[in-house]
Design a protein around this ligand. Structure first.
Ligand code: TLP
Length: 343
């Protein structure tokens, strides 16, 4: 059976053009800094994001965790939104790798306010944790692919600077925020000390993320990347796919957003499917099943039998993600199958 796979934009496979670019890639040993394609990717991303330096890493998780490691000391505290990826889906990496604790704040549509953060910042006392870092996620995955307003980012950045606190962006899907708002990656990233962006989600590369920051920061991150086992050798074959993704796959992201909006509108007509339409801003649709009378696992299994794959979302919720490997036609078909299955 051919599946319509809406579990995540991570399921995208390299296209023939991308595979060709990978096959042609010049390579070298990247632990020696000698892979020309990796170096080209890092330079390209640093320029695109307006930062001094960048580093290719195997995953978004490693990108975030490296940045947290470089920013913090054991015993520090990190402020993050309650639903964010670094807190929920990185297997307690912050505690495990950086020995820091997380101070979570519940935001609206993935965004916490400056006031909430002000209240969360610890007074400077030797017996209290030291607030060292604020993490933000844009777009915010668990909130439904929501875009964090640039005005809020600006204000938060000013607060962080005045308090001597670092500011990190989990920009796994920053490209989607840019496609939706028209704001450039450089503008978004200018308010942060560090950023991690993913090439292996909506942009369709098979593997990899890039972190960007100052030259000194990236040199330190490179050291930790080796410690964490992320020093790669002839990684140019993968970096070539990332360069191809940046050059070819950004412009089309709005198609995914339009597909997600259409899907959300269709699914919202189903009784027991609750969708916050205000949260459907990019390529993610979160559906709450609290009023359906069937468990998310049960529903997902039924869809799977009919060839449509979704995944678990929040509590009692499921998630659909549109991406370049599902056409508008397939998204329409998926909506139809879902309707027939639950109605
Ligand atoms: N997200 C995955 C799952 O882990 C939930 C997905 O399918 O959406 N930041 C954000 C905002 C992410 O959504 C993800 C992946 C990551 C970081 C981590 O990226 P990887 O999977 O490359 O480690």
């Amino acid at each position: 059976m051919e599946f319509i796979d809406l579990r995540s934009d991570t399921v995208t496979r390299p296209s023939p053009g991308m595979r060709e670019a990978m096959a042609r890639a010049e390579v070298g040993d990247d632990v020696f800094g000698e892979d020309p394609t990796v170096n080209k990717l890092q330079q390209k991303v640093a320029e695109l994001l307006g930062k001094e330096a960048a580093l290719y890493v195997p995953s978004g998780t490693m990108g975030n965790q490296l940045c947290i490691k470089v920013h913090t000391q054991p015993g520090d505290e990190v402020i993050a939104e309650k639903g964010c990826h670094v807190f929920n889906y990185e297997t307690a990496g912050m505690a495990f790798l950086s020995n820091v604790q997380v101070h979570t704040i519940e935001g609206k549509h993935g965004a916490f306010s400056v006031d909430q953060v002000k209240r969360a910042i610890r007074p400077k006392a030797y017996y209290m944790p030291r607030t060292r870092l604020i993490c933000m996620e844009n777009t915010h995955n668990r909130a439904g692919g929501t875009v964090i307003p640039i005005s809020l980012i600006k204000e938060m950045s000013a607060l962080a600077t005045s308090e001597g606190i670092r500011f990190h962006l989990d920009g796994a899907r920053l490209w989607n925020a840019c496609a939706e708002t028209g704001i450039t990656p450089k503008e978004y990233v200018s308010y942060f000390d560090s950023v991690s962006v993913c090439l292996s989600k909506g942009l369709g590369a098979p593997v990899g993320s890039v972190i960007a920051s100052s030259g000194e920061f990236i040199a330190e991150a490179r050291r930790y990347r080796k410690i964490f086992g992320g020093g790669m050798r002839q990684a140019g074959v993968l970096a070539a796919a990332c360069i191809y993704a940046l050059e070819n796959n950004i412009a089309r992201l709005k198609e995914d957003h339009a597909n997600a909006r259409d899907l959300a509108r269709e699914l919202a007509t189903i009784r027991g499917f609750d969708i916050d339409m205000d949260s459907v801003q990019t390529n993610i649709v979160i559906i709450s099943l609290e009023n359906l009378g069937k468990s998310p696992d049960e529903v997902l299994a039924l869809f799977k039998k009919k060839g449509v794959l979704l995944t678990l979302g929040n509590y009692m919720g499921i998630r659909a993600v549109t991406h370049m490997d599902v056409s508008t036609e397939q998204v329409k078909r998926a909506a139809q199958v879902i309707k027939e299955t639950v109605c």
